[in-house]
Ligand binder design. Sequence first.
Ligand code: AMP
Length: 290
Amino acid sequence: MEIIRTVEWMKQVSQQARLDGRLVGFVPTMGALHAGHVSLVHAAQRDCSPVVVSIFVNPAQFGPGEDFARYPRALDADSALLESLGVEYLFAPEAAEMYPPGFSSYVEVEGLASRLEGRARPAHLRGVATVVLKLLEIVQPWRAYFGRKDAQQARIIRQLARDFHLDAQIEVCPIVREEDGLALSSRNAYLSADDRHAATVLYRALGAARSCVERGERNAARLAAEMREVVAKEPRAAADYVEVVRADSFEPAAYLRGECYALLAVFFGGTRLLDNMLIVEKDGEFRCEL
Ligand code: AMP
Protein backbone atom coordinates (compact mmCIF):
# COMPACT_ATOMS: atom_id res chain seq x y z
CA MET A 1 0.00 0.00 0.00
CA GLU A 2 1.29 3.40 -0.92
CA ILE A 3 0.83 6.21 1.63
CA ILE A 4 0.26 9.51 -0.13
CA ARG A 5 0.83 12.78 1.71
CA THR A 6 0.37 15.48 -0.93
CA VAL A 7 -2.55 16.64 -3.06
CA GLU A 8 -0.45 16.71 -6.24
CA TRP A 9 0.78 13.15 -5.79
CA MET A 10 -2.73 11.89 -5.05
CA LYS A 11 -4.06 13.62 -8.17
CA GLN A 12 -1.31 12.10 -10.32
CA VAL A 13 -1.86 8.57 -9.01
CA SER A 14 -5.60 8.78 -9.51
CA GLN A 15 -5.30 10.34 -12.96
CA GLN A 16 -2.93 7.56 -14.03
CA ALA A 17 -5.36 4.91 -12.75
CA ARG A 18 -8.15 6.48 -14.83
CA LEU A 19 -5.89 6.65 -17.90
CA ASP A 20 -5.21 2.94 -17.39
CA GLY A 21 -8.96 2.38 -17.62
CA ARG A 22 -9.31 1.49 -13.92
CA LEU A 23 -12.35 2.30 -11.76
CA VAL A 24 -11.18 4.24 -8.72
CA GLY A 25 -13.15 3.63 -5.52
CA PHE A 26 -12.83 6.08 -2.66
CA VAL A 27 -13.58 5.79 1.07
CA PRO A 28 -13.10 9.06 3.00
CA THR A 29 -12.58 8.68 6.78
CA MET A 30 -11.18 10.46 9.80
CA GLY A 31 -9.26 7.33 10.85
CA ALA A 32 -9.32 5.37 14.13
CA LEU A 33 -10.72 2.71 11.83
CA HIS A 34 -13.32 0.16 12.94
CA ALA A 35 -15.55 -2.46 11.32
CA GLY A 36 -17.89 0.27 9.98
CA HIS A 37 -15.03 1.72 7.93
CA VAL A 38 -13.94 -1.78 6.92
CA SER A 39 -17.44 -2.47 5.53
CA LEU A 40 -17.06 0.59 3.28
CA VAL A 41 -13.66 -0.67 2.08
CA HIS A 42 -15.16 -4.08 1.30
CA ALA A 43 -18.03 -2.46 -0.61
CA ALA A 44 -15.51 -0.40 -2.61
CA GLN A 45 -13.37 -3.46 -3.31
CA ARG A 46 -16.40 -5.34 -4.65
CA ASP A 47 -16.98 -2.66 -7.32
CA CYS A 48 -13.67 -0.89 -7.89
CA SER A 49 -9.94 -1.18 -8.33
CA PRO A 50 -7.87 0.56 -7.12
CA VAL A 51 -9.39 1.59 -3.78
CA VAL A 52 -8.21 4.83 -2.19
CA VAL A 53 -8.92 5.40 1.52
CA SER A 54 -8.34 8.84 3.00
CA ILE A 55 -7.62 9.55 6.64
CA PHE A 56 -7.94 13.21 7.48
CA VAL A 57 -9.20 14.68 10.75
CA ASN A 58 -10.76 17.72 9.16
CA PRO A 59 -10.35 20.80 11.38
CA ALA A 60 -13.08 22.67 9.44
CA GLN A 61 -15.83 20.36 10.69
CA PHE A 62 -15.12 20.78 14.40
CA GLY A 63 -16.56 23.76 16.27
CA PRO A 64 -14.74 25.65 19.00
CA GLY A 65 -14.75 23.57 22.18
CA GLU A 66 -15.42 20.32 20.25
CA ASP A 67 -13.11 17.30 20.28
CA PHE A 68 -10.70 18.10 17.41
CA ALA A 69 -7.60 17.97 19.64
CA ARG A 70 -8.54 14.73 21.37
CA TYR A 71 -10.17 12.97 18.39
CA PRO A 72 -8.49 9.50 18.27
CA ARG A 73 -5.56 9.33 15.87
CA ALA A 74 -4.05 5.92 15.08
CA LEU A 75 -2.31 6.22 11.72
CA ASP A 76 0.11 3.31 12.23
CA ALA A 77 -2.59 0.83 13.28
CA ASP A 78 -4.94 2.17 10.57
CA SER A 79 -2.38 1.81 7.79
CA ALA A 80 -1.51 -1.74 8.94
CA LEU A 81 -5.23 -2.61 8.85
CA LEU A 82 -5.74 -1.09 5.39
CA GLU A 83 -2.63 -2.86 4.10
CA SER A 84 -3.96 -6.19 5.42
CA LEU A 85 -7.26 -5.51 3.60
CA GLY A 86 -5.40 -5.06 0.31
CA VAL A 87 -6.11 -1.34 -0.07
CA GLU A 88 -3.77 0.13 -2.67
CA TYR A 89 -3.59 3.79 -1.64
CA LEU A 90 -3.93 5.62 1.65
CA PHE A 91 -4.27 9.38 1.25
CA ALA A 92 -3.26 10.98 4.57
CA PRO A 93 -2.51 14.67 4.06
CA GLU A 94 -1.50 17.11 6.81
CA ALA A 95 -3.97 19.90 7.61
CA ALA A 96 -1.63 22.48 6.01
CA GLU A 97 -1.70 20.49 2.75
CA MET A 98 -5.51 20.61 2.61
CA TYR A 99 -5.88 24.13 4.04
CA PRO A 100 -2.77 26.10 3.04
CA PRO A 101 -2.40 29.70 4.25
CA GLY A 102 -4.92 31.92 2.49
CA PHE A 103 -7.57 29.19 2.10
CA SER A 104 -10.95 30.95 2.00
CA SER A 105 -13.65 28.99 0.13
CA TYR A 106 -16.40 26.99 1.86
CA VAL A 107 -19.44 25.08 0.60
CA GLU A 108 -22.89 25.65 2.12
CA VAL A 109 -25.63 23.17 1.28
CA GLU A 110 -28.71 25.26 2.00
CA GLY A 111 -31.82 23.89 3.66
CA LEU A 112 -30.61 20.36 4.32
CA ALA A 113 -27.66 21.55 6.38
CA SER A 114 -29.66 23.92 8.57
CA ARG A 115 -31.54 21.21 10.48
CA LEU A 116 -30.65 18.55 13.09
CA GLU A 117 -26.85 18.15 12.94
CA GLY A 118 -26.59 21.61 11.35
CA ARG A 119 -28.55 23.22 14.16
CA ALA A 120 -26.79 21.25 16.89
CA ARG A 121 -23.28 21.84 15.50
CA PRO A 122 -23.16 25.10 13.50
CA ALA A 123 -20.47 24.99 10.76
CA HIS A 124 -20.03 21.21 11.11
CA LEU A 125 -21.86 20.27 7.91
CA ARG A 126 -20.26 23.20 6.05
CA GLY A 127 -16.88 21.76 7.05
CA VAL A 128 -17.93 18.28 5.93
CA ALA A 129 -19.29 19.48 2.57
CA THR A 130 -16.15 21.55 1.97
CA VAL A 131 -13.69 18.75 2.70
CA VAL A 132 -15.69 16.14 0.77
CA LEU A 133 -15.85 18.41 -2.30
CA LYS A 134 -12.08 18.93 -2.02
CA LEU A 135 -11.39 15.20 -1.62
CA LEU A 136 -13.69 14.27 -4.53
CA GLU A 137 -11.90 16.85 -6.69
CA ILE A 138 -8.48 15.49 -5.73
CA VAL A 139 -9.26 11.77 -6.07
CA GLN A 140 -11.94 12.03 -8.81
CA PRO A 141 -13.22 8.55 -8.02
CA TRP A 142 -15.71 6.58 -10.06
CA ARG A 143 -17.57 5.77 -6.84
CA ALA A 144 -17.28 7.11 -3.29
CA TYR A 145 -18.59 5.22 -0.26
CA PHE A 146 -20.27 6.66 2.83
CA GLY A 147 -22.04 5.14 5.84
CA ARG A 148 -25.76 5.51 6.55
CA LYS A 149 -24.74 5.94 10.19
CA ASP A 150 -24.30 9.63 9.26
CA ALA A 151 -27.52 9.77 7.24
CA GLN A 152 -27.84 13.56 7.03
CA GLN A 153 -24.19 13.87 5.99
CA ALA A 154 -24.71 11.25 3.26
CA ARG A 155 -27.81 13.11 2.01
CA ILE A 156 -25.87 16.39 1.90
CA ILE A 157 -23.03 14.76 -0.03
CA ARG A 158 -25.49 13.42 -2.61
CA GLN A 159 -26.88 16.95 -2.97
CA LEU A 160 -23.38 18.39 -3.29
CA ALA A 161 -22.47 15.86 -6.00
CA ARG A 162 -25.64 16.71 -7.91
CA ASP A 163 -25.35 20.49 -7.51
CA PHE A 164 -21.67 20.63 -8.58
CA HIS A 165 -22.08 18.13 -11.44
CA LEU A 166 -19.54 15.79 -9.88
CA ASP A 167 -18.90 12.58 -11.79
CA ALA A 168 -18.48 10.44 -8.67
CA GLN A 169 -21.34 8.07 -7.87
CA ILE A 170 -22.24 8.35 -4.20
CA GLU A 171 -22.89 4.99 -2.51
CA VAL A 172 -24.45 4.80 0.96
CA CYS A 173 -23.77 1.59 2.93
CA PRO A 174 -25.60 0.01 5.91
CA ILE A 175 -24.79 0.71 9.57
CA VAL A 176 -22.38 -1.73 11.22
CA ARG A 177 -23.22 -2.41 14.87
CA GLU A 178 -21.71 -4.05 17.94
CA GLU A 179 -23.36 -7.25 19.10
CA ASP A 180 -25.56 -5.29 21.54
CA GLY A 181 -26.71 -2.93 18.80
CA LEU A 182 -24.48 0.09 19.44
CA ALA A 183 -23.45 1.60 16.09
CA LEU A 184 -19.67 1.51 15.70
CA SER A 185 -18.08 4.93 15.97
CA SER A 186 -14.56 6.21 16.62
CA ARG A 187 -16.12 8.29 19.42
CA ASN A 188 -17.29 5.16 21.30
CA ALA A 189 -13.70 5.06 22.62
CA TYR A 190 -14.54 8.12 24.78
CA LEU A 191 -17.25 6.23 26.74
CA SER A 192 -16.69 5.06 30.32
CA ALA A 193 -17.74 1.47 31.02
CA ASP A 194 -21.03 2.71 32.52
CA ASP A 195 -21.73 5.03 29.59
CA ARG A 196 -20.82 2.31 27.11
CA HIS A 197 -23.44 0.12 28.74
CA ALA A 198 -26.02 2.93 28.75
CA ALA A 199 -25.25 3.81 25.11
CA THR A 200 -27.32 0.86 23.88
CA VAL A 201 -30.28 3.14 24.58
CA LEU A 202 -30.00 4.57 21.04
CA TYR A 203 -30.53 1.12 19.55
CA ARG A 204 -33.23 0.33 22.11
CA ALA A 205 -35.10 3.52 21.23
CA LEU A 206 -34.94 2.69 17.52
CA GLY A 207 -36.03 -0.87 18.29
CA ALA A 208 -39.06 0.51 20.16
CA ALA A 209 -39.88 2.67 17.14
CA ARG A 210 -39.58 -0.37 14.89
CA SER A 211 -42.01 -2.29 17.10
CA CYS A 212 -44.48 0.60 16.84
CA VAL A 213 -44.19 0.59 13.04
CA GLU A 214 -44.70 -3.18 13.00
CA ARG A 215 -47.84 -2.73 15.12
CA GLY A 216 -49.18 -0.34 12.49
CA GLU A 217 -48.21 3.08 13.92
CA ARG A 218 -47.90 5.62 11.07
CA ASN A 219 -47.95 8.85 13.08
CA ALA A 220 -44.41 10.28 13.14
CA ALA A 221 -44.90 12.38 16.28
CA ARG A 222 -46.06 9.32 18.23
CA LEU A 223 -43.04 7.37 16.98
CA ALA A 224 -40.68 10.14 18.11
CA ALA A 225 -42.46 10.35 21.48
CA GLU A 226 -41.97 6.60 21.97
CA MET A 227 -38.23 6.95 21.30
CA ARG A 228 -37.95 9.97 23.63
CA GLU A 229 -39.59 7.96 26.39
CA VAL A 230 -37.02 5.16 26.04
CA VAL A 231 -34.12 7.66 26.13
CA ALA A 232 -35.61 9.52 29.12
CA LYS A 233 -35.61 6.28 31.13
CA GLU A 234 -31.81 6.01 30.81
CA PRO A 235 -30.37 8.28 33.54
CA ARG A 236 -26.90 8.56 31.95
CA ALA A 237 -28.34 9.72 28.60
CA ALA A 238 -29.40 13.26 27.63
CA ALA A 239 -31.22 13.53 24.32
CA ASP A 240 -30.02 16.28 21.98
CA TYR A 241 -32.66 15.54 19.34
CA VAL A 242 -35.02 12.66 18.60
CA GLU A 243 -36.95 13.10 15.33
CA VAL A 244 -38.70 11.41 12.46
CA VAL A 245 -37.97 13.14 9.15
CA ARG A 246 -38.54 12.67 5.44
CA ALA A 247 -35.44 11.08 3.91
CA ASP A 248 -35.35 13.51 0.96
CA SER A 249 -35.66 16.83 2.80
CA PHE A 250 -34.82 16.00 6.42
CA GLU A 251 -37.92 18.05 7.30
CA PRO A 252 -40.11 16.63 10.08
CA ALA A 253 -42.53 13.99 8.83
CA ALA A 254 -46.18 14.19 9.89
CA TYR A 255 -46.80 10.54 9.12
CA LEU A 256 -44.81 7.70 7.55
CA ARG A 257 -44.81 7.68 3.77
CA GLY A 258 -42.15 6.88 1.16
CA GLU A 259 -38.75 6.91 2.88
CA CYS A 260 -38.30 8.37 6.36
CA TYR A 261 -35.58 8.33 8.99
CA ALA A 262 -36.01 7.99 12.72
CA LEU A 263 -32.91 9.81 13.98
CA LEU A 264 -31.42 10.57 17.35
CA ALA A 265 -28.39 12.30 18.86
CA VAL A 266 -27.75 11.58 22.54
CA PHE A 267 -25.15 12.85 25.00
CA PHE A 268 -23.38 10.66 27.55
CA GLY A 269 -21.44 13.25 29.52
CA GLY A 270 -19.41 15.10 26.90
CA THR A 271 -19.74 12.36 24.26
CA ARG A 272 -22.43 12.77 21.63
CA LEU A 273 -23.57 9.68 19.72
CA LEU A 274 -25.78 9.40 16.62
CA ASP A 275 -27.94 6.62 15.29
CA ASN A 276 -30.84 6.19 12.91
CA MET A 277 -33.28 3.78 11.33
CA LEU A 278 -34.45 3.95 7.72
CA ILE A 279 -38.18 3.33 7.30
CA VAL A 280 -39.20 2.40 3.76
CA GLU A 281 -42.75 2.13 2.48
CA LYS A 282 -43.19 -0.11 -0.53
CA ASP A 283 -46.58 -1.14 -1.91
CA GLY A 284 -48.20 -0.18 1.39
CA GLU A 285 -45.77 -2.34 3.42
CA PHE A 286 -43.29 -0.77 5.85
CA ARG A 287 -39.77 -2.09 6.32
CA CYS A 288 -37.40 -0.82 9.01
CA GLU A 289 -33.64 -0.95 8.42
CA LEU A 290 -31.54 -0.61 11.53
P1 AMP B 1 -15.68 8.96 10.11
O1 AMP B 1 -14.29 8.40 10.12
O2 AMP B 1 -16.39 8.83 11.41
O3 AMP B 1 -15.75 10.33 9.51
O4 AMP B 1 -16.52 8.02 9.14
C1 AMP B 1 -16.08 7.76 7.83
C2 AMP B 1 -17.18 7.05 7.09
O5 AMP B 1 -17.51 5.84 7.75
C3 AMP B 1 -18.48 7.89 7.04
O6 AMP B 1 -19.06 7.75 5.74
C4 AMP B 1 -19.33 7.24 8.10
O7 AMP B 1 -20.71 7.37 7.86
C5 AMP B 1 -18.90 5.79 7.98
N1 AMP B 1 -19.20 5.06 9.21
C6 AMP B 1 -18.88 5.43 10.46
N2 AMP B 1 -19.39 4.54 11.35
C7 AMP B 1 -20.05 3.60 10.63
C8 AMP B 1 -20.80 2.42 10.97
N3 AMP B 1 -20.96 2.04 12.23
N4 AMP B 1 -21.34 1.71 9.97
C9 AMP B 1 -21.20 2.10 8.68
N5 AMP B 1 -20.50 3.20 8.29
C10 AMP B 1 -19.93 3.94 9.26
